[in-house]
Design a protein around this ligand. Structure first.
Ligand code: UN1
Length: 514
C-alpha cells in the first residue's frame, strides 16, 4: 500500500448549525438537541451540527405534508415535473461543489461522488419526463356504449428514510418520483449524511416547491424514523438499509396497512468462467469489491472462481489490490476512501476475525490502515479471503466493507448454486464469452439484477433497481416501475348508453347465449 499524499487545503463550508425544514421554514428541533457530523477521513474536521429531532417534530412535519397534499395533488403532473426538472438543472450547475461536500461527509472518492450527483440529475430528468406520461390504460368494455380506463392517483404523504452510502442519489430515487406522482414527503436522511440531504432540500426549495410539499426531519432511526413509520397520517414508506431494520419497518407499518418499499441487504457475487476476458474481469472485481470501500448494497462481496483459472486470477487480483491507494477521497490520487464511521470499521474488523476463526485464509488486508494521515480516519485495508466455504458467515452475511470472499467451484452449475445459496438476491454478475452460459446464468440466477461481463454495481436511473428474497419486498426503485409504487390505480367506467347495463349478465344477451 502506498503512503497517502499530503492534502491540499480545499475551501469547504465552515461548520455551523443546520436545521429541519417544515412547512417551508427552516427551524431547529423542538428538543433543542443537536448531533455532530464529522469527516470520516479526518475526525478533526467538524462539518456541522444537526437537529436531533423527536416525535413532536415528525408530527408537525406530517401535518404540514397532509395539508400541502390537498393542493399539490391537483397541480398538473407536467408542472410538478417541471419543478423536479429545475432541481435537476441546479444539481447540474452545482455538481462539483456537491460532490466535494459529499466526499467530505461520507468519504467515498470524488470520482464516485460526482457519479452520485449525476445519478440524481439523471433521476430528475427521467422523473420530470414521466410527468408528461404517467400512463393509465384504456381498454374495450364488454358492453356497448361504455368506456373503460385506469388513471393514476397520488397516494398521500410518503415517508422517505435513506442511507448514507448514496447520500444524494438514493433520496432522489424516492423523492423525485413521489413528488411527480403528486404525493407530499417527510424525509429522514441518515445521521451520517445530513448535509448532502439538506443541500437537496434547499435545491428543491429554490426550484419552486411549495411549502409543506417536502419536509426534512433530521435525527435517529429509532426516534424520527420509527415515528414516521408509525404515524397514521403517512400513507407510504420507502426505506433503503439493512434487512433487519426493513423487517422491523414492515412490522410497524402493518398496523396501519401502509404500503412499504424496502431495498435491503445484499451478498452479491461475481462468477468468472474459464473463457472470460480475465483482464476485464479483474477491473470489474476491483471496482465492484473496493469501490465505495465496499459500502454499497450492490458491492461484490463474493467472488466465485472456476477452478481452472482460480490460482492465476488470484495472483493478478492480489497484485492489483496491493497497489490500491488509500486516502482522503478529495485527493485525486486516492482510489479507496475511509469507511463511513468507527462503528462500521469495528463491524468490518469483527467479520475479519470471524473469517479467520471459520478457517478461511487471509490473502491480504485484515486490519485497519493507520499509517500517516490515515490514522485520522476510519480506513481499512482492502481484504481478500480465499478457501472460503459457501456456508461460512463471511460468505453469507452482508459486511458492508472492503472484504472479498473467494470461493472455488468446478462448474457453472456449482457456481450458480453457490451464488444462489444466500438469503439475499440483489445484484449478480458473470464473466464469460460463451453465449449459452450467459443466457443459462440469466435464467438461473436468483437476483433482481444480473450483469454479463460487467461488475455488480452500475445501475442506471431509467432501469428498475431492486432485489429478490430478503433483499426487499418485491418493489423496484428507479425506472418506470417506481411510478407504480407512488400511485394508486383508479379504475373508471363511463357508461354512455343511457340505460342500465349489467356486466356479466347483459353480455350474455349480446353474444346470443341467452
Ligand atoms: C446502493 O448501493 O444502495 O448500481 C445503490 C449501483 C449504484 C446504486 C447502488 N448506482 O451500484
Amino acid at each position: 500500500m502506498e503512503a497517502p499524499k499530503t492534502q491540499q487545503p480545499i475551501a469547504l463550508d465552515p461548520p455551523r448549525e443546520y436545521l429541519n425544514y417544515i412547512n417551508g421554514k427552516w427551524k431547529p428541533s423542538r428538543s433543542g438537541q443537536w448531533f455532530e457530523n464529522r469527516n470520516p477521513a479526518d475526525q478533526d474536521d467538524l462539518i456541522g451540527l444537526f437537529p436531533l429531532s423527536t416525535e413532536e417534530d415528525v408530527q408537525e412535519a406530517v401535518e404540514a405534508a397532509r395539508e400541502a397534499f390537498a393542493r399539490w395533488r391537483r397541480v398538473p403532473a407536467p408542472q410538478r415535473g417541471a419543478i423536479v426538472q429545475r432541481a435537476g438543472d441546479i444539481l447540474r450547475a452545482r455538481k462539483e461543489e456537491i460532490a466535494r461536500e459529499m466526499t467530505r461527509e461520507m468519504g467515498k472518492i470524488l470520482l464516485e461522488t460526482r457519479g452520485d450527483v449525476q445519478e440524481g440529475i439523471d433521476t430528475a430528468y427521467y422523473a420530470a419526463s414521466e410527468g408528461r406520461r404517467l400512463f393509465g390504460h384504456t381498454v374495450p368494455s364488454e358492453l356497448p356504449d361504455k368506456f373503460n380506463m385506469t388513471i393514476r392517483m397520488p397516494v398521500g404523504v410518503a415517508g422517505v428514510i435513506t442511507p448514507w452510502n448514496f447520500p444524494l442519489a438514493i433520496p432522489t430515487w424516492k423523492i423525485f418520483p413521489a413528488l411527480v406522482c403528486g404525493n407530499t414527503v417527510v424525509f429522514k436522511p441518515a445521521q451520517l449524511t445530513p448535509k448532502t440531504a439538506t443541500t437537496l432540500v434547499e435545491i428543491l426549495e429554490e426550484a419552486g416547491l411549495p411549502p409543506g410539499v417536502l419536509n426534512l426531519v433530521h435525527g435517529s432511526g429509532s426516534g424520527v424514523g420509527a415515528a414516521i413509520v408509525r404515524h397514521p397520517g403517512v400513507a407510504l414508506v420507502s426505506f433503503t438499509g439493512s434487512t433487519e431494520v426493513g423487517i422491523q419497518i414492515s412490522r410497524m407499518a402493518a398496523d396501519s396497512l401502509k404500503r412499504v418499499s424496502l431495498e435491503l441487504g445484499g451478498k452479491n457475487a461475481v462468477i468468472i468462467m474459464p473463457d472470460a476476458d480475465l483482464e476485464l474481469a479483474l477491473e470489474g472485481v476491483i471496482w465492484g469489491a473496493f469501490g465505495t470501500t465496499g459500502q454499497r448494497c450492490t458491492a461484490t462481496s463474493r467472488l466465485i472462481l472456476h477452478e481452472s483459472i482460480h490460482d492465476l486470477f488470484l495472483e493478478r487480483l492480489l497484485e492489483r489490490t496491493l497497489r490500491l491507494r488509500l486516502g482522503n477521497g478529495l485527493d485525486p490520487e486516492t482510489e479507496v476512501g475511509p469507511l463511513v464511521s468507527e462503528a462500521q470499521r469495528q463491524t468490518v474488523d469483527r467479520y475479519v476475525r470471524i473469517g479467520l476463526e471459520e478457517g478461511a485464509r487471509l490473502l491480504c488486508g485484515g486490519a485497519p490502515a493507520t499509517e500517516g494521515a490515515l490514522s485520522k480516519g476510519w480506513f481499512y485495508q482492502p481484504t481478500i479471503f480465499t478457501e472460503v466455504q459457501p456456508h461460512m458467515r463471511i460468505a453469507q452475511e452482508e459486511i458492508f466493507g472492503p472484504v472479498l470472499s473467494v470461493i472455488r467451484v468446478r462448474s457453472l452449475e456449482e457456481a450458480i448454486e453457490v451464488l444462489n445459496g444466500t438469503r439475499y438476491g440483489l445484484s449478480s454478475s458473470i464473466y464469460t464469452r460463451n453465449l449459452q452460459d450467459a443466457f443459462y446464468a440469466i435464467r438461473e440466477i436468483e437476483a433482481g439484477i444480473t450483469y454479463v461481463n460487467a461488475p455488480t454495481i452500475g445501475a442506471e436511473a431509467h432501469m428498475p433497481f431492486g432485489g429478490v428474497k430478503q433483499t426487499g419486498n418485491g418493489h423496484r426503485e428507479g425506472g418506470w416501475e417506481v411510478f407504480d409504487f407512488y400511485t394508486e390505480t383508479k379504475t373508471v367506467y363511463i357508461d354512455y348508453s343511457g340505460r342500465l347495463q349489467r356486466a356479466q349478465i347483459d353480455t350474455e344477451r349480446l353474444s346470443g347465449e341467452a
